[in-house]
Design a protein around this ligand. Sequence first.
Ligand code: IMP
Length: 191
Amino acid sequence: MELIFASNNQHKLNEIQAIAGNKISLKSLKDISCFDEIPETGRTFEINAGQKSRYIYDRFHVSCFADDSGLEIDGLNGEPGVDSAHYSGSRDFGKNMELVLSNLGDNPNRRARFRTVISLLLNGEEHLFEGTIEGNITREICGTKGFGYDPIFIPEGYDVTFAEMDAEEKNRISHRAVAVRKMVVAALSSQ
Ligand code: IMP
């Protein structure tokens, strides 16, 4: 089965392909010669993922999916949420983490979760899948692996941050992995 991933992020595509296995062949936007800047203007992960998959389906009429993810922190009323990629006004991971740590200050409520929503469009019909991983925000930056907020997030049941874990372990338990596995089951059973 072939699915177009409505993203230009090759790193994510490889990660998702590894989770999806060999029954699904993922193609990128480059493979369908789409070089557009896809709009992403919603205030929820669901709306943003749907906006991106619908954009591709409407133009190319292919089975496709898009994802949107971010970090929700209870002590910050769910921030950075859909603004995760540019919380500090820049896409700099270090600046975004520093802003989270300074906004949280000494707040003892450090509960947080990463959330991914995938919008899959099969024959024009939307299917939504969600993956979350619960955890806590550290008081300082720890670890060098991964990306984004990995160095300040300790998943529940662990005593190290995502940035201190091997990629294989993170990819086994991550929000994205949970959502992708759900999508793969649904996509394959629709055939
Ligand atoms: P995206 O929708 O997957 O591109 O994620 C948006 C933003 O959320 C990223 O730029 C990161 O700041 C953050 N984020 C999403 N997933 C992760 C993750 O697995 N680790 C750390 N940060 C993440």
